[in-house]
Write a protein that binds this ligand. Structure first.
Ligand code: OSB
Ligand code: MG
Length: 372
């Protein structure tokens, strides 16, 4: 039984070790919305809303999520009894259109609360089967092909199993060529964050010569249909990220042949129930999935690691260790990766990491109570 008493919101700000640039913008200080969800028995968990400072990845941003969680989502869950996290997911889905990242922060927290109460690791309640998850790195757009080549080879040195490089028109073929030269036949992919159109087919076809394991979201952020045309013209598998916002979108992708791989971010799809549905659908048709990242703190990372332990997450996720992003994370122990590029899935109850509340307090810039 789930019976939530309060949803505390707070915004923290942490400087990223280095700016992270994608086709549509750059992030230097990460503004992060954390929730502290407490039930009527006093059991409490932390969760993270992955929305960014501006809506340049999806239509959501931290400020819209703040309002959505405080004003609309919290009142739907506080003081009401639910039998399972899936019931919470259905209730939120029924009452609120869009606002997936806001809903996910609450819904995922409820899964962690369920795990915490049962004395089970989060991966266990999700149906995870791996004791460690393979990790890749996502390298932002660099100033020169040489700089990218250096970063890519350092990442291979560090053990990352998959190297993903961000591209955009004009910062593409030369950059990818440099990365490929730097890392030999190591697994390499690109992420365009929807910076191309079908007019760019001549350029996009040239990506085929680099032996990439996939090209992520080349066309519009909400497009499925046009990707089906593009996939027919490329030998490189297309992986959809932004445009897979639900299991129904995943079904469209599969039926249209718009891609051959799916990046699952639980925040983007509204939570774990939907993420698991996409995972299961993809598994049933032989489409591999991997867990994407949104520059999460150690809290959001705990949720991603747990999800990535499910069986069809057969490709390395964007689940870098804490030290890739932060001088100091807000959890202990911090997330680490071994020399073979694996992050260990925690076996202790709930998230498997402790939140350093003192540090969170220091980083907090605003607080509120949901539903008030
Ligand atoms: O497209 O996968 C993306 C970060 C912010 C917004 C969108 C994306 C990303 C990443 C970062 O690629 C992955 C990570 O968290 O390391
Ligand atoms: Mg992406």
């Amino acid at each position: 039984m789930i019976n939530i008493k309060s949803v505390g919101l707070r915004e923290i700000q942490i400087p990223l070790k280095e700016p992270f640039q994608i086709s549509s913008g750059v992030e230097t200080d990460r503004r992060i919305l954390l929730l502290e969800i407490t039930d009527v028995d006093g059991v409490s968990v932390w969760s993270e809303c992955v929305a960014g400072a501006v809506p340049n990845y999806s239509p959501e941003a931290i400020d819209t999520a703040w309002v959505a969680i405080k004003e609309w989502i919290s009142p739907l869950v506080i003081g009401r009894e639910f039998d399972s996290p899936t019931e919470v997911s259905l209730a939120l889905d029924h009452a609120i259109r869009g606002n997936h990242m806001a809903k996910a922060a609450v819904e995922m927290g409820v899964w962690a609360l369920t795990a915490q109460r049962a004395g089970t690791p989060l991966s266990g309640v999700l149906g995870g089967s791996r004791d460690k998850v393979g990790t890749g790195i996502s390298i932002g757009i660099q100033d020169s092909p040489e700089a990218l080549g250096r970063k890519a080879s350092e990442a291979v040195e560090a053990g990352y199993q998959k190297i993903k490089v961000k591209v955009k028109p004009g910062k593409d073929l030369e950059y990818v060529a440099a990365a490929r030269d730097a890392i030999g036949d190591h697994d390499l992919m690109v992420d365009a964050n929807n910076s191309y159109t079908l007019d760019d087919v001549p350029v996009l076809k040239q990506f085929d010569r680099f032996g990439l394991i996939m090209i992520e979201q080349p066309l519009a952020w909400d497009d499925v249909y046009r990707h089906s045309h593009l996939q027919k013209l490329l030998t490189t598998p297309i992986c959809l990220d932004e445009s897979i916002t639900s299991v129904e979108k995943a079904r469209e992708m599969i039926e249209l042949g718009s891609g051959r791989v799916i990046n699952i971010k639980p925040g983007r799809v509204g939570g774990f129930a939907e993420a698991i549905a996409i995972h299961d659908l993809a598994a049933s048709v032989g489409i591999p999935v991997w867990c994407g990242g949104m520059l999460e703190s150690g809290v959001g990372r705990a949720y991603n690691v747990a999800l990535a332990s499910l069986p069809n997450f057969t490709l390395p996720g964007d689940i870098s260790p804490s030290s890739r992003y932060w001088e100091q994370d807000i959890v202990s122990p911090e997330w680490t990766m071994n020399a073979k590029g694996y992050v260990v899935v925690p076996t202790s109850p709930g998230l498997g990491v402790e939140v350093d509340v003192g540090r969170v307090d220091q980083l907090t810039v605003r607080k509120a109570e949901g539903g008030q």
